[in-house]
Design a protein. Structure first.
Lengths: 214, 214
DNA sequence: ACCTCCTTACTCGTTGACGAGTATACGTCT
DNA sequence: AGACGTATACTCGTCAACGAGTAAGGAGGT
């Protein structure tokens, strides 16, 4: 974030549409929406004008003209600069070549899983599984529809997403199996802890030491 | 974020240590650091005091006492409230049961992959693969070391992370194979586009329509 | 002829995240 | 005994992100 002049990924999205032709912000939004980029990147439209203004300030884009249609608000049309083009390419290079650990909220949840009883966890995971399956089916269907009409290059991010979704599905199913069958190591201690309300001596000591994980 | 009184996941981390016993902020930080939670959740220490103040304001925690040791700055000791306990449990429930689409930066990169030439992509992916392998090996080693001394319940988030890392590794390797062998569908059009600098008619039209993806 | 609702096209204010800074105490190496 | 680093324990200012608000044009119904 310190390195990029404009850190928000929406800036990359903006660059990627302006590289085709100059546009005003609202049109960028429509383009991105039409292409489904809002789904691929985590785009919040509230940030659009802030980001565009910042990009102009840093010379990644520049205003070409401002036109007014009737009594509508003015529209400023922007075009990408050479700096902008360079920034885009360099940014993509980095995103592809440098893996960055990004924890999901699910992982955060898992890391405090002991706050819930095993039976409840089983129930919640089943809910997750159902939602996950639905989402995956939708995504896969959409992907198959599109792969008839578009080159694979433009759908590659969906392939990746589907691969990760599959991996999560598999993992959750496996965990559910173990919980259901009672083969999850330590499930008895875990269950008792939640029934009696107090945690067994071994765990208490571990919690206090805490530093086992270095 | 609107629903949670304090949206930052660091708040969950704070709750999870305060549930054991009252503590002052700096000690929370040490605890979390010692347990490796900073890795599991994406924790930035700059936010700690802001978050703690917010949590107090919203009644999730409350100050017990402020002590002073010698000439050191005052330390305020906080304890978790009943509301805090309830919030924690409810939060974990949500994190576990409701899958939330979170796009990675890599996915964002993939969605503008056309900005780079196929040969460069191949090179960059190989770099990614190497870093990814290194990271995975480290993580797996650490996990195996710990699984001797700690109950599985407290390592479950690492299992999940490793599963996702494996999935990414597999996917990247497969893509690299296709790029290397030249069997990636449309790679010729892609390569020519970068050699000549202009995109073929079919793609130009598609870019303009744009809306194929709805 | 009027009403209503959706789309177009932004503006603005709030909030919270976070980096960087600060200052003292303590241990330890020389 | 002095110096140097490291741990303790925060404070503050900035800045981007975003939700919610605004307001006119146009389409379609009655």
């Amino acid at each position: 974030m310190a390195r990029r002049k404009v850190g928000n990924l929406m800036a990359l999205a903006v660059l990627s549409v302006l590289v085709q032709r100059p546009m005003h912000p609202y049109e960028m939004a429509s383009m991105l929406r039409a292409r489904g980029k809002e789904a691929d990147m985590g785009i919040k439209w509230g940030s659009l004008y802030t980001v565009v203004r910042n990009m102009e300030k840093h010379g990644l884009i520049e205003a070409v003209e401002t036109v007014r249609q009737g009594a509508r608000p003015e529209r400023t049309i922007y075009r990408i600069t050479d700096d902008g083009r360079a920034e885009m390419v360099d940014w993509v290079r980095e995103l592809i070549s440098v893996p960055e650990r990004e924890r999901t909220r699910f992982q955060a949840g898992l890391s405090v899983l002991a706050a819930l009883a095993p039976d409840e966890v089983e129930r919640l995971l089943r809910q997750r599984l159902a939602l996950l399956e639905e989402e995956t089916d939708d995504k896969r269907a959409a992907h198959e529809r599109h792969s008839g009409e578009m080159p694979r290059l433009f759908l590659i991010e969906n392939e990746y997403e589907l691969a990760l979704l599959d991996a999560e599905l598999t993992w959750v199913r496996a965990l559910l199996d173990e919980l259901g069958a009672g083969t999850f190591a330590g499930i008895e201690v875990w269950r008792r802890f939640h029934e009696t309300g107090e945690l067994p001596a071994e765990l208490a000591e571990m919690a206090e030491r805490g530093s086992v994980k270095d």
